[in-house]
Design a protein around this ligand. Structure first.
Ligand SMILES: Cc1cc2nc3c(=O)[nH]c(=O)nc-3n(C[C@H](O)[C@H](O)[C@H](O)COP(=O)(O)OP(=O)(O)OC[C@H]3O[C@@H](n4cnc5c(N)ncnc54)[C@H](O)[C@@H]3O)c2cc1C
Length: 335
């Protein structure tokens, strides 16, 4: 829509005629343009408009986000969340994108990616107990390895989980009989309105692959409790799990890890394999020949290929075994 704005001419101050206005046509700016302009004024954020998301996910699929926003520090995050809230703009967090399936149509609103000071870690030893303060953008595997080198035990199970601490906390990521919740002491972050929020362990409820955080909470820092042990022993447990993963999981093709949660008393991978679906392809996506609960991108797959394979696996497992498989990956965007 076009409207007219009255503005003073450049000669206004020098003119002897006091009323000196001209009419200039002005294109009404969309909310999105105004928002983009405001966001760009925030120090400590980097904004990309209509940014394709495939490159930020381990599956390498996903259309564009209206705004992809990298945030460097807590002050910038506070301003960002308050601005988004004022505009009524939805947002979601993206860590390392290793547990998401993003629609080919992409995501409306903002995708927030933490960086900068959210990648810091501090260690403090108190006798046998080791306290770790770690930023949400820190890589899980790096933390596991640093802990092993220092002889701090309790995180070995997480070796090979290719996410960030924020994503692992959100998902209550786990493997080989252990989960993140066992090491958690406290979680810090922000509400969607940009207010700081702190949750102690006893205020939190964790279940299988879920931390039940308050809706839209942005996790910025996690405090973990580990134990002092012998470095060689911790390192050897980590190495053992590296080998175990290498022998059981597909490598070489982009994927999102386990697509479905394991149903009580069973394994999603076993059920999908028993349904005869290992190796099944739709487009350029394939149910891994190695592990039934993995879908791999053979190169050039799109989100819809992957989603259809998931639907097929669910339908076959339901029909043959009467079991309803629930996705473990988070489906984000317009499907
Ligand atoms: C090869 C492979 C192996 C895997 N093995 C395992 C495994 O053994 N065990 C396991 O549990 N998982 C596994 N995964 C899945 C995945 O790595 C984990 O779930 C991981 O914790 C996700 O972290 P991320 O940073 O990639 O999160 P993302 O995929 O980026 O996000 C996951 C969810 O967390 C939310 N989120 C991310 N960061 C924040 C934040 N700071 N605040 C609030 N919400 C946030 C996102 O909005 C999204 O809903 C595997 C994946 C792959 C590709």
């Amino acid at each position: 829509m076009e409207y007219w704005k009255i503005t003073s001419s450049p000669s206004f101050h020098h003119s002897i005629i006091p009323i000196n206005f001209i009419l200039v046509p002005m294109i009404q700016e969309s909310n999105e343009t105004l928002l983009a302009r405001e966001l760009k004024l925030i120090t400590g954020v980097k904004i990309k408009v209509s940014e394709p998301l495939a490159r930020y996910t381990s599956m390498k699929v996903g259309g564009p986000a209206d705004f992809f926003i990298e945030v460097e520090n807590a002050a910038a995050l506070t301003r960002l969340l308050r601005t988004l809230n004022r505009y009524g703009t939805n947002f979601c967090l993206l860590g390392n994108g290793s547990n998401v399936l993003i629609s080919d149509r992409g995501l409306r609103g903002a995708v927030i990616h933490l960086a900068g000071e959210f990648k810091q870690v501090e260690w403090r030893q108190e006798g046998e107990i080791v306290r770790v303060k770690v930023g949400a953008a820190f890589a899980v595997t790096q933390l596991v390895r640093e802990a092993a080198r220092k002889g701090y035990g309790g995180l070995e199970f997480a070796e090979g989980i290719p996410g960030t601490i924020g994503g692992a906390l959100f998902m209550n990521a786990g493997a080989y009989g252990s989960e993140f919740e066992k090491a958690i002491d406290q979680v810090d972050g922000f509400t969607r309105e940009g207010e700081p929020i702190r949750l102690s362990r006893n205020e939190m409820v964790f279940t299988y692959r879920d931390s039940h955080l308050p809706p839209s909470m942005v996790v910025t820092e996690v405090r973990l409790r580990l134990r002092q042990e012998d470095s060689a022993k911790v390192t050897s447990r980590v190495r053992e799990l590296v080998t175990k993963r290498k022998t059981s999981q597909p490598s070489g093709y982009p994927n999102s890890g386990s697509m479905f949660r394991n149903p009580p008393g069973d394994f999603a991978g076993r059920l999908i394999e028993a349904a005869g679906l290992k190796g099944k392809k739709i487009g350029r996506a394939q149910i891994s020949e190695r592990h039934g609960n993995f879908i791999v991108n053979l190169g050039g797959a799109n989100g819809e290929d992957v989603r259809q394979l998931m639907e097929l696996a669910r339908a076959e497992v339901r029909t043959r075994f009467g079991v309803e498989l629930e996705p473990e990956v988070r489906l984000l965007g317009d499907w």
